[in-house]
Design a binder for this molecule. Structure first.
Ligand code: NAD
Length: 265
């Protein structure tokens, strides 16, 4: 018995990182998965890997910031797999820069991929989920949406918007059985992050920031998404689940003293 048996799930950003891990985890729990990405052949690789492991998946190439693409993503899902129960709106992007450095085009681009995508996901997925009598939407935000990370202001603004859009959509659609939640990952070892932390100084800052003492793995976010997708979280909606290896709760001072008993030091 899988936790998502008989469910149909769309996962966006499924060509790589958290989305690829989520698509594989959902499929391993019995869902028929639609792997969506703007990089169609890479999304197909995720779907093929799921099929090779005995799961059920198709791939759709789509730009999640484009209304026509998102409408098609949902209509093709329903026509090919019969329904829609879960939407993991995970695709996202980052352009670094302060308010002075960023162009207006950068602002619109990042807000389009990170925020308009979540709005469009709701716009087209909710009517399909209503046909099933309910569903679960999970949006990937970030710990950058919870505090004022510098150097990437539009990213921080976009992820804060995802958190509050999640709350508002939950308020609207929970009475119809559609739960809407967000996940706020800490630093997760996906391809763009691996490139970033290849600089040892940046790796050290990131390791120090997470009290668990390591970066997260995409599968650890996929596990959180699975819980929010499944009926195990049936009384949870409008929330943002922080999965950050202790980053947000950690004091800037770190540990004041070695907590081990003297004989173990
Ligand atoms: N990795 C981290 O440390 C971290 C931390 C917090 C939040 N996040 C968020 O997690 C999500 C996934 O990031 P990741 O680290 O797995 O990155 P990733 O680059 O490995 O995967 C992102 C995928 O999204 C796809 N994508 C980008 N724009 C798209 C668009 N317009 N339409 C369709 N697909 C598009 C890319 O092609 C890529 O395959 C993002 O929303 C990101 O902001 C990541």
């Amino acid at each position: 018995m899988g936790q998502l048996d008989n469910k149909v799930a769309i996962v966006t950003g499924a060509a790589s990182g958290i989305g690829a891990a989520g698509a594989k985890r959902f499929a391993a729990e019995g869902a028929a998965v639609v792997a969506v990405d703007m990089r169609g052949p890479k999304a197909q690789e995720t779907a093929t890997s799921i099929s090779d492991d005995g799961g059920h998946a198709i791939a759709i190439e789509a730009d999640v910031s484009d209304p026509a693409d998102v409408e098609r993503m949902v209509s093709e899902t329903v026509s090919q797999l019969g329904a829609l129960d879960v939407l993991f709106s995970n695709a996202g992007t980052l352009r670094p820069g302060t308010a002075v450095e960023l162009s207006v085009e950068d602002w619109d681009f990042v807000m389009g991929v990170n925020v308009r995508s979540v709005f469009l996901g709701g716009k087209y997925a909710v009517p399909a989920m209503l046909e099933r009598g309910g569903g679960s939407i999970i949006n990937t935000a970030s710990i950058s949406g919870l505090h004022g990370d510098g150097g990437a202001v539009v990213y921080a603004a976009s992820k804060a918007a995802v958190i509050n859009l999640t709350r508002a959509m939950a308020t609207d659609h929970s009475p119809d059985g559609i739960r809407v939640n967000a996940i706020c990952p800490g630093t997760i070892e996906t391809p763009p992050v691996k490139r970033m932390v290849s600089d040892p100084a940046i790796m050290k800052v990131n390791l120090d920031a997470h009290s668990i003492g390591r970066l997260g793995q995409p599968e650890e976010i996929a596990n959180a998404a699975l819980w929010l997708a499944s009926d195990e979280s049936s009384f949870v909606t409008g929330e943002h689940l922080v999965v950050d290896g202790g980053l947000r709760s950690r004091s800037p001072l770190g540990r004041l003293a070695d907590p081990r008993p003297a004989h173990l030091r």
